[in-house]
Design a protein around this ligand. Sequence first.
Ligand code: ATP
Ligand code: MG
Length: 433
Amino acid sequence: MVDLLPEQTCCWQATEEIARNHFLKAGFHEIRTPLIEVTDLFARGIGEATDVVGKEMYSFLDKGDRSCTLRPEGTASVVRAVLQNGLLNKGPQRLWYGGPMFRYERPQAGRQRQFHQIGVEYIGAGNARSDAEVISLAWRLLYELGLDNLVLELNTLGSSEDREVYKSKLVSWLEAHVEEIDEESRNRVNTNPLRILDTKNTQTQAILKKAPSLMDSISDESRQRFVEVQELLEALEIPFKLNPRLVRGLDYYNHTAFEITSSQLGAQGTVCGGGRYDGLIEQLGGPPTPSIGWAIGMERLMLLLGMYAEINPKGNAGRLKKSVSPDLYLINRGLKADKFALLLAHKLRAEGLIVELDNSGASFGKQFKRADRSGSFWALIIGDEEVAQNKVKLKSMKTSSPQQDQNNSEHLYDLTDIRGLINQINHKDSTNL
Ligand code: ATP
Ligand code: MG
C-alpha cells in the first residue's frame, strides 16, 4: 500500500475533477458506499470461484464475530446500496463511484494491495444503446484526459442460456484435454471454466485454439444484439477490436464484455474493464434487472498520464501533471509587517487568490529565493516601511524580457485600493507595472 504525496495528489485531483464533470454531463450521479461490507456480499456478488474472492480478499472478524471484508471492487456494494435504499423504484439508476479498493495481490507496477478505481454502473438498462453509451463514457473520458492511443477490446458472452450451452461444451472438451493444460487452469475446469479462456499461460493458450468457440454457441438474437452494439460504436466513431478470448468468469455476466488497454503498461495493460451483468441484481436478492458498468484503475491511469506528459508536456496529460502554483507569494519581514501580512493573506484568499505566506522571518533575499521556488507568478513584499504607508510592493517573478530591469518589474500599490492590486494579480501580465 502506498502513500500519495502532494506532488502526486494534484494530478489525481485534476483527473477526478474532469471525471466528475464528465459523469455529470451524462446524467450519472455519485454514490458513496462503505469501505467495509459483510464478506457474504462479495462471496455472492463476485463469486467464490474467482481469484478476488478465493485468494485476494482482506477479511476479518469484527468484535461482533461477523466476517467483514475491505471492498475489493465497487459493483457489489453499489448494487447492495441500490437494493437496500429502494432506488430502483425511481427507475433506472445512472451511478458512478470512486475510491480505494483492497486486494491481497503480489504488488508490482500497476498492481497494489490498496488501489483506487473510478467506475460507473447503469442499473436497469438493457438495450444495446446503453452498452454503447456506457462504453463511450469510458472511452471519451480517457480521450479527454489526453490518452488517444488506447485500444478498446470487445466481446460478447451471449445470453445466460447461450453461456450454459457453451459452458457444457467447453467443460467436456477441457476434460478430454485436462493433461495438456496448466495446473491453475486445470483447477478451474469445474469451478470457473470460462475464465480459463483468459489464461496468461502461453502453452494453454495454444491448446485452447482448438477448443470450441464461444461465438459458435451464441444464438442469432444475441449475435444480432452484438452487431447492434458494434454499429452504435461505429456511429460514435469509437474504434474497437474484437477479442473472442475476453471473458468474465461468472454466471451473471452476459452479452457485452470489454476492456480498454494500453501497450505501454507491460503486463498490467488493462486500464478499464467492464461489461453487462444482467443476472447480478437477482443474485443479490433483487428483481431481474439488466445492468452494465465498468471500472478504471486509477494507478494505471496515473502511470499512463505520466508517460504521455513526458512525451508531450503541453498536451492534456501534461497539463494534468503540472502542480498548481500560488498566484502570489507573500514576502514579509518586520514586527508590524508580520501581523499585517497575515491579515492581508487572509483578505486576498477571501478574494479567491492562492496565497502562500512566508512564515520564516528570514532575510528578504532568502524569502525571494523561496518565492521563486514556489512557482508563483507574483511576489508581494511587505516590510515595516510599507506597513507605515499602507502600501505593498508587487513584483513579477516571471520577468520575461531582459529590458525589464529591477525597477520596472515592481510596483507599489496603495492598500486603500485593494481592487487595483487584485486586478493586476489576476492579469498575470507584468508589462504594465
Ligand atoms: P487484472 O487482470 O489486471 O488483475 P482484474 O480483472 O482483476 O484486472 P477488474 O476487477 O476488472 O480487474 O478491475 C478493473 C480495473 O481495476 C483493472 O482493469 C485495473 O485497471 C484496476 N485494478 C485491478 N486490480 C488492481 C490492483 N491490484 N492494483 C491496481 N489496479 C488494479
Ligand atoms: Mg485481478
